[in-house]
Structure formats: structure tokens, C-alpha cells
Design a protein around this ligand. Structure first.
Ligand code: 3PG
Length: 213
């Protein structure tokens, strides 16, 4: 049975945002993150190896909840549905992307940053959104202001979120979880330093557990 965006995000202390350049790194990277308590993975379609990486993780890391990120058009959405992604994330939204999400049934976390964008997505049945790029769009103070008129919407902020500021985000009432790339630094992936990645993931998992009591 497939999970909704809300169910998926509530299983994620943090969503690692991954750019995988070499598909051979995909499985050990996913295993390292899952071992550190982060099962919900966003593999962005920003590299040539992305699709093959997603396929391998789905096949070989059953404890991961594997989603595609940077899904920006209907064609990509259809492709991700075909290969079995659990969810898809977009930095924004278009009419045709929303239609493809509906047609394929893949839970989509669409991006929004302004009241009008949020209202448009609410009209289309989305109350779980990506807030991107979080820091550049006003970060914590913007999200706090949006919770006044639009309290029914929950956000996953990404873009400039790290261990240092995730507590400020999670303290807000309208945050379901946060996402970011800091748990999988490029140099650690390149070096195959999976222990460091598990340590960074565990550090994030522990911090979120501590903040949420
Ligand atoms: C994203 O794609 O969601 C962000 O680019 C991740 O941002 P970060 O690299 O600042 O964590």
C-alpha cells in the first residue's frame, strides 16, 4: 500500500537531499543514511546517474522510502511512477506537473514560497508543501508569518537548512520535517566514507528526537 506525503514525511527526522553522480554509490549511501535513522531519501534528478541510483536503492535497500527530487515536469513524474518511486518532490509546481501527479498517483511534495502559490496548491488539494529555497525566501520568519493566515499548511523547508538551524524551523507549528544535503557531503560520498555519513545522519536523528522530546 502506498503512503501519503504526510505519512512519509512523518517518518523522516530529516530528508536527505541527494545528488548522486555515480550509481555505484547509491546503495551504500542509502544504507548509511538508513543506518543513521534517516529512511526517507530524496534523490534529485540533477545527475545522469539519478534514475539508475533510484532503481538500485528501490531494489536493494527495502528499508528506505525512496523518492525523486527536482521533478519539474510531467514526463519526469510519469517516469518516476514507472520505476516505482514512493514519492516525488519539486522545487515548484506547474499545472501539468500537478496533473501528472494526480494521474500517476505518486504522492507529490510541490514547492511553494508565497501566499498565492500556497493558496493555489491548497485549491488543488495539497496541504503538505516544500518551502524552497528556505533560507533565501525568508526562512524561519517567513514561515512563522505564513502560519498566521495559512495554518492548515505544513512545510518541509529545504535550502540552507543544517544541524545549526533545524531547531529554529522545528519549533514552528507549521513544519512537518526539514530537508537538506548536509548529511551527505559530496567529498564523503566521493571517498566512500559511509561511516561519516551514518554519523552525520545519526547526529541529525538524535537532535530531532531531543527537540521533539
Ligand atoms: C534542495 O534541493 O532541496 C536544496 O538544494 C537542498 O539545499 P541544501 O544543499 O542547502 O541543503
Amino acid at each position: 500500500m502506498s503512503l501519503s506525503s504526510r505519512e512519509i514525511l512523518s517518518k523522516a527526522p530529516v530528508v536527505p537531499v541527494l545528488v548522486i553522480e555515480d550509481a555505484n554509490d547509491a546503495v551504500p549511501l542509502a544504507k548509511a543514511l538508513v543506518a543513521g535513522g534517516l529512511p526517507v531519501l530524496e534523490i534529485t534528478l540533477r545527475s545522469a546517474a539519478a534514475e539508475e541510483s533510484i532503481k538500485r536503492i528501490i531494489a536493494e535497500v527495502p528499508d528506505a522510502i525512496t523518492g525523486a527530487g527536482t521533478v519539474i515536469n510531467a514526463k519526469q513524474m510519469e517516469r518516476m511512477a514507472k520505476i516505482g518511486c514512493a514519492f516525488a518532490v519539486s522545487p515548484g509546481h506547474t499545472k501539468s506537473l500537478l496533473k501528472a501527479a494526480k494521474d500517476t498517483g505518486v504522492p507529490l511534495l510541490p514547492g511553494a514560497g508565497t501566499p498565492s502559490e500556497i493558496m493555489y496548491l491548497l485549491e488543488h488539494g495539497y496541504d503538505m508543501l516544500k518551502f524552497f529555497p528556505a533560507e533565501q525566501q525568508g526562512g524561519v520568519s517567513m514561515l512563522k508569518a505564513l502560519s498566521g493566515p495559512l495554518p492548515q499548511v505544513k512545510f518541509c523547508p529545504t535550502g540552507g537548512v543544517s544541524l545549526a538551524n533545524l531547531g529554529d524551523y522545528l519549533a514552528l507549528p507549521n513544519i512537518i520535517t526539514v530537508g537538506g544535503s548536509w548529511v551527505a557531503p559530496k567529498d564523503a560520498v566521493k571517498a566512500g566514507d559511509w561511516a561519516t555519513i551514518t554519523r552525520l545522519a545519526q547526529e541529525a536523528t538524535d537532535k530531532v528526537a531531543e527537540l521533539r522530546g
